[in-house]
Write a protein that binds this ligand. Structure first.
Ligand code: SF4
Length: 326
């Protein structure tokens, strides 16, 4: 909804029929009725799965009126939406702010013009940079979405995209490695051999690199990998239902390898109990590959690895492995 073109990778058929503005109060009420203690939580109304600020003016105004009403009545605290970079301007951002929005997610996907062009995005890197500048300028939280593995992207292009993304200083990010969905133009490119999707391993490492660079800037990673698109819709590519777990496990694999190479194979590796599954890896793959002694300490921050070798103690974090990821 609201899209001016169809991107090569997008299967808009999988989007559910959008809720009309007049349906929203009942939808919110029903949702909150199923939540445990909703009054103790921050409640944010989210408009995702399309180009919110590209919706035709009268219809957009009806959505905004409903949102403002729900915020003023205290039913929700605020709202957020996702949109395309070339559908953001000062007038629309002013309307969002006046209607109780606190966050806007920009579908950047890539910050490399040849990749944007090959993906049929219909906007440029300049549009992305300007949209993000405006969003921050209006005091909204900035979210970004990136898609590793788009057509025409190589590793150098992806590294450029990540570095340019970090320079936008987003508050939050979602990273969706590109998957070939049925019925898309990308499926046609894939079937003729003109497009080769990432392997799952490539997608994991590229996502990890983006996570490491963005988290260093203080950006919160909200999601890694597509929500379940339905097996029948996936033609090819690195879809995995637990991509985030694979990415965090890969981080621990690299951290553990670095720890053992620095401190010797007899070193003991210690993590927060909540990180133990990630240290051991999927199906204990990290533990099998690297064979290490391990333990837990709940005073350690999640994501940190402490290496103990004799009386030596040292901590390794995601930022310490940045140069070893790709
Ligand atoms: S702008 Fe977003 S929703 Fe619209 S066609 Fe492209 S990917 Fe799909």
């Amino acid at each position: 909804m609201g899209c001016k073109a169809r991107c090569v990778f997008c299967d808009q058929r999988v989007f559910s029929r959008p809720a009309m503005p007049e349906d929203i109060p009942a939808l919110v009420e029903n949702f909150l009725a199923r939540c445990s203690s909703p009054s103790s939580r921050r409640r944010v109304l989210a408009f995702y799965g399309g180009t919110f600020t590209g919706i035709e003016a009268d219809l957009l105004r009806r959505y905004l009126d409903v949102t403002r009403d729900l915020v003023e009545k205290g039913v929700v605290h605020a709202a957020k939406a996702s949109t395309r970079p070339d559908m953001v301007d000062e007038e629309k951002l002013g309307l969002l702010v006046d209607s109780g929005f606190e966050e806007l997610e920009i579908g950047c996907q890539s910050l490399d013009d040849p990749v944007l062009e090959a993906s049929g995005r219909g906007h440029t890197v300049k549009d992305v940079v300007e949209a993000c500048r405006l969003v921050r300028g209006f005091g909204l939280r900035l979210g970004i979405q990136l898609m590793p593995g788009l057509p025409s992207e190589d590793l150098a292009s992806f590294v450029t995209t990540v570095k340019r993304s970090a320079a936008l200083k987003p508050h939050a990010a979602r990273i969706y490695p590109t998957v070939v969905m049925a019925g898309t133009r990308l499926e046609g490119l894939y079937r003729t051999g003109a497009y080769t999707p990432l392997t799952l391993g490539q997608a994991v490492r590229m996502t990890l690199y983006a996570v490491a660079v963005l988290e260093r800037q203080g950006c919160t990673i909200l999601r890694m990998g597509l929500p379940d698109p339905g097996a029948q819709n996936v033609v090819a590519g690195p879809y995995h239902p637990s991509l985030g777990f694979l990415v965090r496990s890969e981080a621990y694999r690299v951290m553990a390898g670095l720890a053992l190479s620095r401190h010797g194979g007899g070193a003991r590796l210690v993590v927060n109990p909540r990180s133990l599954c990630e240290l051991l890896g999927p199906g204990r793959a990290n533990a099998r590959e690297l064979t290490f002694a391990y333990g837990c300490d709940d005073t350690l921050p999640v994501g940190t690895l402490r290496v103990e070798a004799g009386t030596d103690r040292a901590c390794i974090q995601l930022q310490d492995i940045l140069e070893y990821i790709l």
